[in-house]
Design a protein around this ligand. Sequence first.
Ligand code: ATP
Length: 736
Amino acid sequence: MYLKSVELSGFKSFGKKTTLEFGSPIAAIVGPNGSGKSNVAEAFRFVLGEQSMKSMRSKKGEDLIWGGSPSLPRANRAGVKVTFDNSKRLLDIDFGEVVIERVVHRDGQNEYILNGTIVRLKDVIRLLAGANIGGSGYHIISQGEADHILNASPRERREMVEDALGLKLYQHKKAESERKLEETAVNIDKTKSLRREIAPHLHFLRQQVEKIEKARETRETLADKLREYLAREHAWISQEDARLRDEAKTYEIELKKFSESISRARAARAPAGAGSLAELQKQLEERERKLAETRRESERLARELGRAEGALEANTVTVEALVPVPHVRTFARELDATVSELERADDVSRIHSTLAEVRARIKSFIEGLSGAAPETSQEAREQVKALASSLERMQKEEAGLSGGLEKLRAEIAGARESGFAAERDLVGLESSAREAQGKLAAVQTARGHVASFRQRFEEEAREGIALVGESLRGWERAEIPTGALSEDRSVQEKRRREIERLKIKIEESGIGESDAVVKEFIQTKERDEFLSRELADLEKSAASLKDIIAELEKTIDERFREGLTLINEALKGFFQKLFGGGEAKLKVEEPRRVSRTVLDTADDEDADEGEIEDEEELYAGLSISVSLPRKKIRGLEVLSGGERALTSIALIFSMTQVNPPPFLVLDETDAALDEANSKRYADMIHELAGKSQLIVVTHNRATMAAAGELYGVTMGGDGMSKLLSVKLEEAERVAK
Ligand code: ATP
């Protein structure tokens, strides 16, 4: 006993809330025609999620709502609530009692409520399918629909059988897996196409990043080379600078010394004042002049002395004898020479002194003439004596002058000699100074070069920092590389060229904004890797979905074949019981390609009514073969109405045997049966009730008698169905 009750409120003719409690395995609903019995059966269809309005004899949801009567206005909603005893966990939900409710509003909106919580239609369908309460409604046989299974197409028939066998759940799972597989396939395509889309960009970025990587390596090499180059250059420049500075200083000091020595040498070469060569020469000239004068005087005195001595000897002499003509001529020539000298002289003092000298000589000449006639021989002797003494004095003076002259000449020669030596020294000093000057100039030029090297070094350092960063700094503190100061400059030049070559290489690589490119590459690569993982996951899940589908197909197929065998066995029994012989059988047809209409309620929240999908599939439906006892007929078409009803009942009942549903609703399934068959029918439902709870709508007494409880449905003048619990005796009366 699973079905506890059903409550109808505003549903069709049940304008007021009406509850049917089920306390026995068979509940019969009886009542006159049009009282609302079938509405109760339809209430079951409705609450269990029926989507076909036609199967509830309506066109639209509104038709299911109480239409109103003079005594009770129309309702705005129709609701049916079914309560299951779930203590045995018939339904896969952790509640001892499960209440499923469906409400339809006038605007056609439906609501499904599970234990007070609004749920989706597919939740209800899934829950019920798990309890073998399928959607094909084989467990609710509406009035006049008993032979529906006979009229159904092979495909519909197969679906009903599958439903009865509890395969719907697997099919739902399969459909869901197929849908997921399709989605997965779409996602695989999408992912592949996304990967294809980003592939060229990724390829381009990879190449760029490889270039960047190479440029980075080149930059690192450049940094190393630059570090070494700059350290060496700095050390070399510093050393050269210091060396040249020292050298320049040395030469400057040397030059200063030379210049002092030159000044000194110059001074030594031409001393001025007393002792100088010019002075000595002047003295020499003066003395020579004096010597000449002295000599002349001596000569004159000697002549006069001769004359005086002659006169003395002769004691008388004439003027003519005393003054010889040559002596006068000599005097006149000397006078003439002195005058000529005077004419050339421009020094006034000299002229004056010379004139004084001329006067003195004239005076002396005249005196000489007057003395030529001495008065007495005494006077003559005294004159001779005076003249001799003058001559002697004069000769002494001459000797003195002559001796001084020699000394002066020696002095001049000495001065001249020392002048030459000083000149030689000066020339030597000047040459050394020039040499030092030349060296200093060379050093200055070299310093100029070093300065330009420093300038170039600073530019290179600046450029280097701009290229490889601040890490380059520190060459000043760097240890001086071994041999840096002694190696040939050409080696360093080679390094410089190598650095230039690397710079050009970096420049030519044309990599700018490298951080952005690397970032984009990483992002794109991560995206691609993500897509690749995604693809692998999708392919894995597609494979596992295919496995699941294959497994489900296998299960469905096995269970279907096993179930069909069991149904056919049961069918044989029921058929023979009803017909007293003969046989009916369900057969699997040859598979053929059919278009399948699928009600997809899988995942769409709002799609209560589901979406219709058409697809082609290979499908093997079910056909029925019948052979009646004592009759040579085999086709369903030739069966009488009663025979059709019996065959349907046999089929329906046999279907419930393999996988019994928790309950069965049979709406006047027995309507076409004669009395004998009604009894057999009653026996059969009795048997059936052992496995499934039965709600039967009937006019048949035998069926009523088989029921454990009876509900009478009546309809008064207000068009509203009313329910009352009746005894069997009343039932027949109520039914009429
Ligand atoms: P029978 O024994 O002849 O099959 P029944 O007892 O099964 O009859 P139903 O077919 O259940 O009777 O009831 C039909 C009645 O329900 C009709 O009288 C119809 O007018 C009434 N009915 C159907 N829909 C509505 C509705 N929306 N509002 C009010 N009454 C309705």
